[in-house]
Design a protein around this ligand. Sequence first.
Ligand code: 0O2
Length: 202
Amino acid sequence: MNWEAILAPYAQVVEELKVKLKGMRAQFEHEKRHSPIEIISGRVKPIPSILEKAKRKQIKLENIEREMQDIAGVRVVCQFVDDIYTIVKMIRSRNDLTIIEEKDYISHKKDSGYRSFHMIIEYPVETIHGEKIVLAEIQIRTLAMNFWATNEHSLNYKYAGRIPSDIKARLKRAAEAAFKLDEEMSKIKNEVQEAQRIFHRK
Ligand code: 0O2
């Protein structure tokens, strides 16, 4: 397989989406409004991960572009749970992409304890051979959800998906703690935002 040629449009999509999301954040900052977007990152799935996922999900390699939804992945991290839904609404209203699926792992958290909002989109990218529609996944989560997911992801990698049960139990408790933290922060959201405005004026 010519991976370089296959993955090039995905790298472009990741860059374009990052530019657009950063543009949204900059507009909030110019208007001196609380930005629902705190951190933006993105990646093209590494080839070994693509192969592992294709095997696990029984996706034939010739079908990966049609069936694997997260080869291009962009992550938006925000301060408050409310911000997630603000971002979701803004993305829904854009006309430069088409949403094909939404996965709300916030109202329906995964068994692992994972929480995040995923939007699967079709994104048209211009190549020298014309337009190509590419699938991409946008993950939207709070700082607390991101902290948890990053650590759980590392442990999953370390234990090759077989995390020992005592650590699993701790992760579940940590997920509960992250949930509580989001809840408490939401309750004092106005106070935090006021403090941030005062800080920015100085
Ligand atoms: P990476 O390393 O993040 O690129 P799945 O069967 O869960 O692999 P599916 O059904 O295609 O994936 O889609 P889903 O549920 O939207 O999950 C895709 C991505 O969401 C994962 O990518 C993770 O980034 C994140 N994710 C989903 N579940 C969990 C979880 O329990 N813990 C953590 N830490 N992240 C999760 P990959 O493929 O794992 O790869």
